[in-house]
Design a protein around this ligand. Structure first.
Ligand code: 0O2
Length: 233
């Protein structure tokens, strides 16, 4: 297959962009900034990969040894440029790369969904035991849920990323939750998390009540799992 021919065809088929190139000149500064941003994001993506692989290995090991999965699924995301700027502005930090790196802990995000509450704590312990993982902060929103009813275990860790010539300690925010907590948080996030002031108090109370019901169900499911485990032993 001739790659050049295909490339030419793609270029010919590109729709014309609704941009006036005189009004938006692509300067050398733009290229430098875009390149720098790309480099930084590549490092954050690598850090996410490291954490994801560590979690997958732990899950595999438990699956082989104990025939069960302590991790239901892992989702990862890099914060969008728009969200980065919004968060820096909201927190009154300067909007530049240095400020972004030192002030934001969740540019790289990993969400770990576990079947049971006890899995959250054991996965977290196993991960934090690893010598190249440094704990920066932790918030137990399971023991102390947020006023919204939100439950999850949050940790911010630093993991080394080795490039060809440099080494970087990169912050990654890890949110660990059960399937039930994830169900609630995902729907609640869509419903109103970004604009809480628009949500009537009655609906907030209702969402809080549902979060409590879900938390109770989580505990009951875990008790059933323990009882069944005891039967096996
Ligand atoms: P998104 O779109 O999910 O990324 P900070 O992270 O700096 O704002 P803090 O207090 O350290 O501040 O963070 P916190 O509250 O420990 O964790 C923030 C993240 O937790 C949020 O990220 C959400 O993902 C999640 N979260 C916190 N509270 C709620 C809640 O009430 N409902 C839901 N659904 N999610 C929540 P972002 O960046 O705000 O949003």
């Amino acid at each position: 297959m001739n790659m050049d021919n295909n490339d030419n065809q793609n270029v010919a088929n590109l729709p014309s962009l609704p941009i006036n190139s005189d009004a938006f000149p692509i300067s050398t500064d733009f290229y430098k900034t875009a390149f720098q941003f790309q480099q930084i994001m590549m490092i954050y993506e690598s850090a996410i990969k490291q954490i994801e692989t560590k979690l997958e290995i732990l899950s595999k090991e438990i699956n082989v040894n104990k025939r069960r999965n302590p991790i239901q699924n892992i989702k990862t995301r890099i914060k969008s440029p728009e969200s980065i700027v919004q968060k820096l502005e909201k927190k009154h930090f300067p909007v530049n790369f240095d400020s972004m790196i030192s002030n934001l802990n969740d540019i790289a995000g990993v969400r770990v969904v576990c079947p049971y509450i006890s899995d959250i704590y054991s996965v977290k312990e196993m991960l934090l035991k690893q010598p190249d993982i440094k704990l920066i902060s932790e918030n137990d929103y399971i023991e102390c849920p947020k006023t919204s009813g939100y439950r999850s275990y949050h940790i911010v860790v630093e993991v080394p990323v080795y490039l060809s010539k440099t080494e970087h300690n990169v912050k990654v925010e890890i949110q660990l939750r059960t399937i039930a907590m994830d169900f609630w948080a995902s729907l609640e996030h869509q419903l109103h998390y970004k604009n809480p002031e628009e949500v009537p108090e009655s609906i907030r109370r209702e969402l809080f009540r549902v979060a409590e019901t879900i938390a109770m169900t989580d505990r009951e499911m875990e008790e059933i799992a323990f009882e069944l485990q005891a039967l096996d032993n």
